[in-house]
Design a protein around this ligand. Structure first.
Ligand code: URA
Length: 155
């Protein structure tokens, strides 16, 4: 499962996550990594924050039970957290995305019943503004895909 920050204008109009410019870049990256049709995509909040600002922590807290329920119902093997606001909200970390990205963390459900590997990465909208950062996001995606495709060892 890929979890972004929140819908932009195009996402708000269509009622779908990542369908605007950043979404198109995300789609190309997922396709290049062989992940098309293997991922579910959602956001930490389900409405467009006014002025397209980053969702505030209290807004993410309101939506968190729905994100968590989506994780429980769809049972992904791992989470890719796109952008600092997603990583901080899901992992409850204060570090910036440039330090969090590309590292593995453990996401835990609020009741502690579910744990999943989770990797923060750079947000595709950031990559549109800073194309030089694409190689770091690509490296994250390859690390993520390598673990996804690694045969699971019996417990
Ligand atoms: N940015 C996000 O974080 N999510 C979207 O759905 C679109 C852009």
């Amino acid at each position: 499962m890929v979890i972004g920050e929140g819908p932009g204008q195009e996402e708000d109009l269509q009622g779908l996550p990542f369908v605007g410019r950043a979404g198109k870049l995300l789609d190309r990256m997922l396709a290049a990594a062989g992940l098309t049709d293997r991922v579910l995509i959602t956001n930490t909040v389900f409405w467009r924050p006014p002025g397209n600002r980053t969702p505030a922590p209290h807004e993410q807290v309101i939506c968190a039970p729905f994100v968590e329920r989506a994780i429980q119902l769809t049972a992904p093997r791992m989470l890719l957290l796109a952008g600092g606001a997603s990583a901080k909200s899901l992992l409850k970390k204060d570090e910036g995305i440039l330090s969090l990205r590309g590292r593995w963390f453990e996401w835990r459900s609020a009741d502690g019943s579910l744990e999943l590997p989770a990797m923060p990465t750079l947000h595709p909208a950031f990559l549109l503004r800073q194309p030089g950062a694409k190689k770091r996001a690509w490296s994250d995606l390859l690390t993520f895909t390598e673990r996804l495709d690694r045969p699971e060892r019996p417990a």
